[in-house]
Design a binder for this molecule. Sequence first.
Ligand SMILES: Cc1ncc(COP(=O)(O)O)c(C=O)c1O
Length: 454
Amino acid sequence: MLELHLELPSGPGRRAAIETALRDSIRTGRLVAGTRLPSSRVLAHDLGVSRSTIVSAYEQLNAEGFLASRHGQGTVVADVPTGAAPADDEDLMGPTPTWDFRPGEPDPTSFPRREWMQSLRRIVSDPSGTAMGYPDPRGRIELRHTLAGHLARTRSVVTDAGSVFVYGGFAAGLGFIAEAFRRAGITRIAVEEAMLPMHRMVLRVAGLEVETIRVDNEGIVVEELATSSAGAVLVTPANHYPYGITMSPDRRAQLVSWADLADAWIIEDDYDGEFRYDRRPIGALQALAPHRVIYAGTASKSLAAGLRLGWLAVPDELRPGLTAAANLRAGVSSIDQLALADFIERGQLDRHIRTMRRTYDTRRRTMLERLDLGDADLVVQPCVAGLHLCISVPSPELEREILVRAEAADIGLLGLSTFHRAPAERAGLTVGFSRPAQHAFAAGLDRLANVFAG
Ligand SMILES: Cc1ncc(COP(=O)(O)O)c(C=O)c1O
């Protein structure tokens, strides 16, 4: 019997008033994502309206994406951007735990400072001053050339400098893609059942309807995708985020066939494709269908998220739309773009990735051994790529309990619920092995193992 307080103005138009009250409560953050709402019968009784009024209001808010319904779990508040304004001096990234096992970022102490400074010095001291002017909003042509060669060589991406666009990270690039889609009349995009919530928000804020598609142990379920009317899909084929599944060759082929048949676009988010430990990294999906796939890469995992540099390799047909969208902005730092081009040209990025791949592989093995707790409740999923492990637990309650214990121990972890739009069947934890500095890694692992052991 869930309690819900709603302020409704008196007068006619009950259903619209209920919808407005719910929408406002969600937008302002009073009702946070995941909050369960009373059943239609209970709310109808509480508000003195007919049950069909509540059913219609819930349906409308479901369609708008404010609410989500799951069979057997009732109606919950969906993950939507809230209008609650943060205080001016509040750090929106939140506090950093002492033992930071949240997935997402490389160890800051591993950044190749000396080599990066060499590149930066060369660019800044260039007497021509070429780095100091406004950049081409699509990205500096020097970097676009370098990236085209680098992506072809390291990820088998089929592209050229004219098709490469540089943005302030993938999140920014995704916003531009969404804008280009809208201009092209695409209104609906499919996404994987679990994903980085910020990317879902970027799509929504850009005005696209977002449809969630199931993921099994081969990747996104293309049969489900085929029943949707989405004109595009966003996927993480090299290493599903956050489950850590590599999309199988069959599934890749099916996905491309779907896109050809449905005349749809695939966005391949290759955020950590450089890091594969069982064999050589798998080539990009884009190589199977360069005319259908927008390839996206980033410096956030291989170098540092703080650089805010990401890139797209786009099919020819999308170039005008993306150029039009990019033209409205001033682009990203010329100095950093040229430094990255120099860094890649001098072989430093390849060298750094090679070193980090070895480091992360050692950390991954150490973590797998240390967290092998022999506890049937905690099942560490196989992990052969990327920068984090995924651990399944049998219930959302246990996931929450472990997160509470971790917080009390000043350990940063993320639960799988963070990545779902609504309560999901899969409960678990994601544990990054990239972030704690080398000197603190072993001690952090001991603390983490204690948290898991309860
Ligand atoms: C799934 C996924 N894609 C892409 C990125 C990279 O995003 P950005 O380039 O905006 O830092 C991340 C970073 O956390 C990620 O988790």
